[in-house]
Design a protein around this ligand. Structure first.
Ligand code: HGY
Ligand code: MN
Ligand code: MN
Length: 450
């Protein structure tokens, strides 16, 4: 694993360390009770967690429902026990650690995920999980009693389509359970493997307004905070994500004997399709993105013209209508490809879509104020990555805290966040929890599926 300790000399890190020292010296100004997380312990736990599913590049292959995922879940369960949390697994496979508050209060929830994309890094999801457990531990070790129960959640299968949080809002459809996850197991089989029960999903569903608030800490995964030298991102909204399988049908034939003008080659059509996606997405102003990230030719041999190509198509934006209109435009333009190559195209949307969501402005303000009290710089910004928080925003007032990603690299073994930045984010999370406990926002959400 490549933890680059020379980064300790990075000017941004020095800035972060100075901010932490100043905040500590400032005493009570850092927060009403001046509780602080243990940054070294967070770093140690991140390093220990990265052993599960470690790959040769120094990142992790820890897709949901794999052996590595199971091992890592056991490891974080142990950390939750050490933090004084009572741990259980809900029917959707979410790991939940709880400490009680005063009777009759709705829980405050914090957390993130520890499953990775194939070839993932050591910070995506992990930082929010380890920091949330650290917050619980600081509260436990200091004997701090909150009014609200605190639940630390490790959502199941975030990278496969926010599966665990969809379960928590009662939105895991039969079609979603049949999707084949990164592990090769269906989502239903995967949930059963990690200790959930796909036949009792109703038990995992939380009602609208049954949580006092939800806050997720996460690495930014982009370069804005790092490039601008800002400590904390206060997330304003999270993009919606839709995935399709795009299937191109051609005719298989001998690659040596079939003249170039006598082919119906779906690979050529796929190449044109990929260009259309890029052109359409870039043809309009805005921050929308579109990606073809996976492609498979069948039967898949150098000497066979394929008869079938299956590609993924992903579209993201903060505006659901815009996502639909971009997809319609791609489909419209792709009709010409089908005609030109004699290769029909078909689209199958996967039931993994997540709707765009805004975070709660009152929680944004609490996060911003917590950062300010700690002497940390901050910026309001949208999230281009998907997060479980966008599901939970449908049932509870929700906020998100970002910490910088060095170079903006993510979904890669080269993903890295500075220890001081992780500690800063965890301290902001701790102060946010304390502030929300003292003054929880009123919940005005009518129903999760409105
Ligand atoms: O794909 C995403 O945006 C996220 O990292 N799950
Ligand atoms: Mn991710
Ligand atoms: Mn993530």
């Amino acid at each position: 694993m490549k933890f680059n300790y020379t980064r300790i000399f990075h000017p941004r890190l020095q800035h972060g360390v100075i901010a932490v020292i100043l905040a500590a010296l400032a005493g009570p100004a850092a927060g009403e009770d001046a509780l602080m997380v243990d940054g070294a312990r967070i770093e140690q736990h991140i390093i220990e967690l990265s052993a599960f599913g470690r790959n040769q590049q120094g990142g992790v292959d820890r897709v949901a429902y794999s052996e590595a995922d199971l091992d890592a879940r056991r490891y974080v369960s142990g950390l939750m026990n050490q933090a004084g949390l009572e741990v259980r697994i809900d029917a959707a496979g979410n790991l939940i650690g709880r400490r009680e508050g005063r009777e009759g209060r709705r829980p405050l929830m914090i957390g993130s995920h520890i499953d990775s994309v194939p070839g993932g890094g050591n910070y995506d999801g992990d930082v929010g999980v380890i920091a949330s457990i650290e917050v619980a531990r600081v509260l436990n070790d200091s004997g701090t009693m909150l009014d609200h129960p605190l639940e630390v959640v490790i959502f199941a299968d975030e990278e496969g389509g926010l599966t665990g949080s969809r379960g928590m809002i009662g939105d895991l459809t039969p079609a979603a359970l049949e999707v084949v996850s990164h592990s090769g197991l269906t989502v239903a089989d995967g949930i059963a493997r990690i200790g959930g029960d796909p036949h009792r999903l109703a038990e995992a569903a939380r009602a609208a307004c049954s949580l006092a608030a939800f806050v997720e800490l996460h690495i930014e995964q982009g370069a804005v905070l790092h490039d601008e030298g800002i400590d904390i991102g206060v997330v304003t909204g999270i993009v919606g994500i839709r995935w399709w399988d795009v299937i191109v049908e051609g005719i298989a034939n001998h690659a040596g004997t079939t003249p170039m003008d006598k082919r119906r080659d779906p690979m050529l059509a796929a190449a044109d399709f990929i260009k259309i996606v890029n052109n359409v997405i870039r043809s309009e102003a805005g921050t929308q993105v579109g990606t073809v990230g996976r492609i498979r030719a069948e039967p898949g041999a150098p000497n066979v013209i394929p008869d079938r190509v299956v590609m993924s198509l992903e579209i993201r934006d903060l505006d659901a209508d815009k996502m639909q209109s971009l997809f319609d435009k791609i489909r419209q333009q792709a009709r010409q490809i089908a005609q030109r190559h004699g290769t029909p195209l078909e689209y199958r949307e996967l039931d993994v879509a997540s709707a765009p969501a805004l975070t709660d402005e009152r929680i944004q303000n609490v996060i911003a104020k917590s950062a300010e009290k700690l002497g940390l710089s901050q910026k309001r910004m949208p999230s281009g990555a998907g997060h479980d928080a966008q599901d939970i925003a449908r049932i509870a007032p929700t906020g998100m805290i970002f910490v910088p990603s060095v170079g903006g690299i993510s979904h890669s073994p080269r993903e890295y966040s500075e220890p001081a930045d992780m500690a800063n984010g965890a301290n902001v999370l701790l102060q946010t929890v304390l502030a929300l406990d003292a003054a929880p926002p009123e919940c005005t959400i009518a129903s999760a599926n409105d």
